[in-house]
Design a protein around this ligand. Structure first.
Ligand SMILES: *[C@@H]1O[C@H](CO)[C@@H](O)[C@H](O)[C@H]1NC(C)=O
Ligand SMILES: *[C@@H]1O[C@H](CO)[C@@H](O)[C@H](O)[C@H]1NC(C)=O
Length: 504
């Protein structure tokens, strides 16, 4: 496991060991260990102080994920809470059960904001399914897509202005470049954009994909092109036109501030959240799911059950996973007999997986309720994706179900999700590394995974519930609402976080 990841649960004990060492060691060593120990422990004390501090926090300057804050549920319900008119620009509105990351994010967020009574206007392209608007405060403004499904900016903006003329919008929100601002003249101070993948992140994905590419395969083309860097430069230029940026991972928050050079008070980290009512621990659901697959309790109790889900395509890392499993099965018959792999989803790699034998079960795409059962049935969720863009939601679903995750060592995962070894594993995307970690998981056994699952659930509840995400966005929108300075000043209160008022 990666040594660089600090383990918060061991942190305090390493802290005391260092202090202990510094007392009993000889003089030069004493000084050395004391200074390290002091720095180490001092940081820890500082951290705790900050978390426990009752000082008001200026939210727009808060450098960490807003998910770490507790937003009072009481305060939100009071009649004084302002209801906002919000315009959302999103390329596609998802059909109920099929939604990629960005659309799922929009769906979860906006259905919840609608329930809280805000007046919502969604500017999006038509989809084949009719949009079920059962809520009178959720309005759709549909236009025909252009190019490969992009929102027609001219038409959508015209629709926006027409709606704005009836009553001015308080906030404008864009999911990635749903709303494309390209000139400084379009700068509006009540715009927020949530980034689900920026060009800088694709550099890491491209490096990995080029390394795992099989050059003998005539259909595979070189991934890295000269144009990529210019794409980052282009983004650095036009991102400036958006007043507020929501980074969906800690890593992207850092990149936006440092590399994209956006002032800190305009970059806010709000990590994705998933529905905690759907994804939660339920042992009997998991057992039923296994029984339906023909796996009786003896069989499942004596096996380590690995779970994978999503589209079974190359850039989600399935060739790597396939190769690792194939080699492990050949090398160690005990491993083969005591590991069960459940794969939810479909795609070209589905049929390949079936070749590996009866203990690799390809289940096809699952509805969300079934997916919740699936997570409950597994011991660990495996996420070998090679795509570094945005913050994937499947590991969050596994966390909330109380399952540990093993995932590719991408900055969004190591920085925001699997932040230490207590709740899972990360690996470099090579067959040998993946094999090594799969062995480690297997040898560690079920009890070990259960324990990690407990920590995963704890972190999930604190950071990744839909409720937390929605509360954070609502607060941001309240804080930045208003299309002129005078109106924005009235919202100052919402921009200040008062710990003692919110924590009840
Ligand atoms: C929306 O309407 C308000 C009030 O008339 C106006 O001040 C504002 O500039 C309009 N917004 C845009 C983007 O044109
Ligand atoms: C499989 O691996 C385990 C643990 O490393 C080892 O004890 C066992 O001997 C191996 N079995 C075979 C058949 O190689």
């Amino acid at each position: 496991m990666a040594k660089h990841q600090t383990t918060s649960f061991n942190f305090r004990s390493s802290c005391s060991i260092l202090v202990f060492l510094s007392i009993f060691s000889s003089i030069p060593l004493l000084y050395w260990s004391y200074s390290i120990g002091y720095g180490y422990c001092h940081d820890q004390v500082e951290n705790n102080k900050e978390m426990l501090s009752m000082e008001p926090i200026k939210l727009l300057k808060f450098p960490k994920a807003w998910n770490q804050l507790v937003f009072s549920s009481k305060q939100r319900r009071t009649p004084q809470t302002k209801l906002l008119k919000i315009g959302l620009f999103v390329r596609k509105w998802p059909e109920k059960n099929q939604a990629g990351g960005m659309e799922r994010h929009a769906l979860t967020l906006y259905l919840a904001l609608a329930k809280r009574g805000h007046d919502l206007h969604i500017f999006t392209t038509s989809s084949s399914a009719s949009i079920p608007s059962t809520m009178s405060n959720l309005h759709f403004h549909i236009s025909r897509p252009i190019g490969s499904g992009y929102l027609n900016q001219v038409v959508a903006w015209k629709q926006f202005l027409e709606e704005n003329a009836t009553k001015a919008f308080d906030v404008i929100h864009s999911e990635s470049v749903g709303l494309r601002l390209t000139k400084s003249s379009t700068y509006l101070n009540n715009v927020a954009v949530s980034w689900h993948g920026i060009a800088y992140e694709t550099i890491h994905s491209d490096i990995i994909q080029e390394l795992v590419r099989n050059p003998l395969d005539s259909s595979s083309q070189q991934v890295i092109s000269d144009g990529k860097m210019m794409k980052v430069v282009e983004e650095v230029k036009f991102f400036q036109y958006y007043a507020h940026h929501v980074a969906t991972s800690d890593h992207v928050g850092d990149v936006l501030k440092r590399i994209y050079m956006i002032p800190e008070e305009r970059v806010h980290i709000i990590l994705n959240g998933v529905d905690e009512e759907i994804f939660k621990p339920d042992v009997s659901k998991g057992n039923d799911f296994l029984l339906k697959l023909g796996l009786n309790q003896d069989r499942s109790r004596s096996s380590i059950i690995l779970g994978l889900s999503g589209r079974l395509v190359k850039d989600k890392g399935h060739p790597l996973m396939f190769e690792a499993l194939q080699q492990l099965f050949l090398e160690n018959s005990t491993f083969k007999e005591t590991v069960i792999v459940l794969i939810a989803g479909n795609g070209p790699w589905g049929d390949r997986y079936k070749e590996l034998g009866p203990n690799v079960m390809v289940l096809g795409p699952l509805e969300r309720a079934q997916l919740a059962e699936f997570y409950n049935a597994i011991d660990i969720f495996v996420h070998p994706t090679l795509r570094a863009q945005g913050l994937d939601q499947v590991p969050l679903e596994a966390f909330l179900t109380g399952k540990p995750v093993m995932a590719t060592k991408l900055a969004s995962f190591t920085g925001s999700i699997i932040v230490n070894e207590d709740m899972g594993y990360t690996f470099s995307p090579t067959v040998s590394e993946l094999k090594r970690v799969l062995y480690e998981v297997w040898e560690g056994g079920k009890k070990n995974l259960e324990k990690k699952g407990g920590f995963a659930r704890e972190r999930g509840l604190k950071m990744f519930t839909a409720t937390k995400m929605v509360a954070a966005y609502e607060r941001l929108f309240l804080c930045i609402s208003g299309n002129n300075e005078e109106k924005q000043q009235k919202n100052e209160d919402y921009c200040v976080y008062q710990p003692h008022q919110e924590m009840d």
